[in-house]
Design a protein around this ligand. Sequence first.
Ligand SMILES: Nc1ncnc2c1ncn2[C@@H]1O[C@H](COP(=O)(O)OP(=O)(O)OP(=O)(O)O)[C@@H](O)[C@H]1O
Ligand SMILES: [Mg+2]
Length: 88
Amino acid sequence: MGKTIAVSNMKGGVGKTMTAASLGAGLARQGKRVLCLDADAQHSLTVSFGISEPSKLPVTLSTMMSNIINETDFENSAPRRRCGALSL
Ligand SMILES: Nc1ncnc2c1ncn2[C@@H]1O[C@H](COP(=O)(O)OP(=O)(O)OP(=O)(O)O)[C@@H](O)[C@H]1O
Ligand SMILES: [Mg+2]
């Protein structure tokens, strides 16, 4: 069974993005399969993984949430950016 870890804080600039990126990369290096979900509208985590223009991605977390609300089958269209065991 997978574990969900949320990195959140009301305060800005306290290291949420850095923590999420480092934790994800560290767990992947330990051999864990990691999926990082960037739910921040600033999409800094996505940018930190090398995607410079997240707004141009064809499928985002917003798309997935809309699919769930609309009960659309999206099993095979899930976005995956892989780097070893780490997916974004
Ligand atoms: N452990 C750390 N040691 C030193 N600097 C750090 C550390 N963690 C984060 N920083 C730096 O602090 C700044 C803010 O970090 P980060 O962007 O992760 O914060 P955030 O909480 O995600 O910010 P925001 O609220 O704007 O999304 C960045 O410049 C980052 O490089
Ligand atoms: Mg951030």
